[in-house]
Design a protein around this ligand. Sequence first.
Ligand code: GRF
Length: 213
Amino acid sequence: MSSKRETPLRVAVLASGRGSNLQAIIDAIEAGQAKAKIVAVISNKKDAAALERARKHGLPDLFVDPKPFAGRPDGREAYDRALLEVLEKNDVDLVLLAGYMKIVTAVLVNAYANRMMNIHPSLLPAFPGLDVQKKAIEWGCKLSGCTVHFVTEGVDEGPIIIQAAVPILDNDTPETLAARILVQEHKIYPCAVQLFAEGRLRVEGRHVFIDGA
Ligand code: GRF
C-alpha cells in the first residue's frame, strides 16, 4: 500500500467536535514525532472547536455545510463527493477521522481505501457505535481501551491498526473511563500516522501488519 516517501505525508483531518485527537496529531507533527503535514481540517459543524484549533496553528480549516445536501436521496454520497473534491484538490494522502460524527459513504471509503483511519474509544470489535464507555461499564468489562483502524463501509469495522487497553475501575463513570481512554488515544493515533508515513503498514484482508515491529 503506502511506500517510502521523501515529501511529508499530506494529511486531512475530519472532525466534528472538540478536536483533542487533532491536537495530539498537531503536537506530534510539531514535535517531529510524526512526519506529516496537515493540509486540511474539515468539519461538518461550523462551530467545531477542532476548526478553532486548526486556525490557532495556522492550518487550513474548512466548514462543509451538510444542510444543502440534506433531504436529497443521495445526500450523504453527494456530501462525500464535495469532501472528496477538497481532498483531491489538496493532494491528500491520508484522511483521519477524529471525532467525525457522520457516517462516511462508499464514495470516500473507496477513494481512500486503506488510506483513511478512524479512532474509536473501545477495544473493537467490542462496542462499536456510540456511548461505548457506558456500555463497557454496564457490561461489567474489566478492560476497555481504544482502537485505530482503517475505515471500511461498516461502521467501526475496518482492519485494526493499533489498540491500547486501560483498566475499568469499580467506581468508574463513563466520564472517568473516557478520560482514561483519551490519554491513550492521544498516544496511538499519532503513532499510527507515523507508521503510515514510514510506509510500514501492510494490509492483508482483516490484518494489518506493522513492518519491522
Ligand atoms: C474520541 O473519543 C474518539 O475516540 C471518538 O470521538 C472522540 C473525539 O474526541 N471517535 P476529540 O474530538 O478528538 O477530542
